[in-house]
Design a protein around this ligand. Structure first.
Ligand code: MG
Length: 249
C-alpha cells in the first residue's frame, strides 16, 4: 500500500533528509587514501547522533553499521570494517539514512578517492546524471515506468548495465515502503505518481553487465563480472510540479 504524506509530514521528512544529506556530505569528504570504511562510518554515525537522529540502517535486518560503503566492484550493502582501507583511484559508494520525528531520509553517492580513471569518472557522472533524469520524471500524473525508462535509456545508451535485482522504494515512517521504484521500465506503465508520494530513487549502474551476486557475508552485492559500479540516490516528495529533493543539506 502506498502511503501519501501530508504537507506537514513532508516538512518533517525534510529534517530527516537534511540530516541524511549532512552525514553523506561529511562521509564523502572523508574518502581519502588510507582511510578505513569503519572510520568513515563513524563520522556518519557521530553526525547523525549529534543532530538528535538515529541511523536508519543500523540494525535494520541486522545490518551492523550506519552506512553501506561499497568500493569499486561492490554495488551496494558493503559493510564498513577496520580492515577495509580505501586507496587512491577507488570509487566509494556511500549509502545512509537517518530517522527523526518518526520519518526516514535515505541518500547515496559515489565518491572518487583522489584521482580516478577516466572510465570510473564517466561511470560516476553517468549514474549521477541518471538520478537527476529520473527525478525530472517524478511528477504527479507520470507513472513509475516513466522514471525507470528514463534512467535505463540514459545508461544503456552509454553501454552500461542497469542493475535490476535491487530498486528504489517508497519511504516515510518506514525506511522501505511501497512502491518499488525500479531503474528500468516502460513509459506510461506502472503505478501513477500522486502528490504526497515520497520515494527514494537510486540508480545502481554497472560498467559491464547488469548481473550481480551476493558475497558470503550475505550482504555485500558485487558485479558478477568484477567491473565497477556506481550508485546515487535522493529521497524526494512528488508534487504537481518538480519534485522536492528532501535529502539536501
Ligand atoms: Mg534507498
Amino acid at each position: 500500500m502506498i502511503v501519501l504524506k501530508t504537507r506537514r509530514e513532508i516538512e518533517l521528512m525534510r529534517e530527516a533528509g537534511r540530516i541524511s544529506a549532512g552525514a553523506l556530505k561529511l562521509a564523502g569528504e572523508a574518502v581519502q587514501p588510507g582511510m578505513t570504511t569503519a572510520e568513515i562510518d563513524k563520522i556518519a554515525y557521530d553526525y547523525i547522533k549529534s543532530q538528535g537522529a538515529i541511523p536508519s540502517f543500523l540494525n535494520y535486518n541486522g545490518f551492523p553499521a550506519t552506512a553501506c560503503i561499497s568500493i569499486n566492484q561492490e554495488v551496494i550493502h558493503g559493510i564498513p570494517d577496520r580492515e577495509h582501507v580505501i586507496w587512491e583511484g577507488d570509487i566509494v559508494s556511500i549509502d545512509l539514512g537517518a530517522v527523526i520525528n518518526g520519518f526516514h531520509g535515505d541518500n547515496a553517492a559515489t565518491f572518487p578517492c583522489g584521482k580516478i580513471s577516466p572510465a570510473a569518472e564517466r561511470l560516476c557522472n553517468t549514474t549521477k546524471e541518471a538520478l537527476y533524469i529520473g527525478l525530472s520524471k517524478a511528477v504527479a500524473g507520470n507513472r513509475l515506468g516513466d522514471i525507470g525508462f528514463a534512467i535505463q535509456e540514459h545508461c544503456i545508451k552509454r553501454g552500461y548495465g542497469v542493475v535490476r535485482d535491487y530498486t528504489g522504494h517508497g519511504i516515510g515512517k518506514h525506511l522501505h515502503e511501497d512502491p518499488s521504484v525500479p531503474n528500468y521500465g516502460k513509459p506510461g506503465k506502472g503505478a501513477r505518481l500522486l502528490p504526497g508520494m515520497t520515494i527514494a530513487i537510486e540508480p545502481m549502474i554497472n560498467e559491464g553487465t547488469q548481473d550481480v551476486r551476493v558475497l558470503k557475508n550475505n550482504w555485500t552485492v558485487v558485479t558478477a563480472d568484477g567491473k565497477l559500479s556506481a550508485h546515487f540516490e535522493h529521497t524526494v516528495a512528488v508534487t504537481e510540479g518538480e519534485c522536492i529533493i528532501l535529502t539536501q543539506v
